[in-house]
Design a protein around this ligand. Structure first.
Ligand code: SF4
Length: 238
């Protein structure tokens, strides 16, 4: 599904509440809609929405093997709270061995083998996947639609939170008591792998703690023409 049909469907969905966008997508792609959560605040909200509305969405996470203990704790907490399985998707052992301590030697290759390739393989199981994209995150995302074609991975991208602001996310978390990563309260607005994430100081860009000291700013999951993962100052993602 791409082209004019997708544009027309996006026109129908743009402006609908997030749960309705999710529900319509789940109905359109039965057993073929995936949600990759990185356990950011938006990802936790999406898990809440999927569980709260009993939607047919396959939830998984990329376990790079070097996540924070606090992230593992949140993973378990979400599963217990919502009674859902958040499947672990990992790179083959041989690939992990190739980039053992790869964050020190070749972070781009490390991200490619631990994240980008496993995600690409996993997404071949689906016709569509759910992302946490919001229009207020970057200039490029201002034109984002509720559903779009994901040219990088070759499937439909569903963006239920596209019309939300960072404040909407925070309000939803508070209103529904959604579990979020405890590291957020300890100076980590944006959380990735433990070796590549450090706390940020007040006033710093929220992603300043990611790959601190390196030019690298993206893991490559969302990097393609028209899609960047740099959030607005108040909106850490993943
Ligand atoms: S964020 Fe760091 S540890 Fe994680 S995959 Fe990328 S380079 Fe490796």
């Amino acid at each position: 599904m791409s082209g004019p049909g997708l544009d027309a469907w996006a026109g129908d969905l743009d402006g609908l509440p997030a749960e309705q966008i999710l529900a319509r997508a789940a109905g359109r792609f039965p057993h073929r809609l995936g949600l990759a959560t990185g356990f950011g605040r938006e990802g936790c909200v999406l898990v809440d929405l999927v569980a709260r509305h009993g939607l047919d969405v396959d939830v998984f996470t990329l376990d790079t093997g070097v996540l924070f203990p606090e992230t593992h704790a949140l993973w378990e907490e979400l599963e217990a709270r919502y009674g859902v399985e958040i499947r672990s998707v990992r790179a083959p052992a041989g690939d992990l061995a190739e980039v053992d301590r790869g964050w020190e030697t070749d972070p781009d290759r490390c991200c490619e083998l631990r994240k980008v390739i496993p995600l690409g393989l996993e997404l071949t199981r689906f016709d569509a996947w759910v992302t946490a994209i919001r229009r207020d995150q970057t200039a490029e995302r201002r034109r984002a639609r509720a559903v779009e074609w994901d040219g990088k991975f070759g499937l439909v991208k569903v963006n239920p939170l596209v019309g939300w602001t960072a404040q909407d996310v925070d309000a939803y978390v508070v209103r529904h008591g959604v579990p979020v990563n405890r590291l957020h309260d300890r100076g980590y607005p944006s959380i990735g792998c433990e070796p590549c994430t450090s706390p940020v100081s007040p006033g710093e860009d929220p992603r300043a703690g990611r790959w601190r000291g390196l030019e690298k700013k993206e893991c490559g999951l969302h990097t393609r023409p028209g899609w960047t993962s740099s959030p607005s100052p108040a909106s850490p993602k993943e």
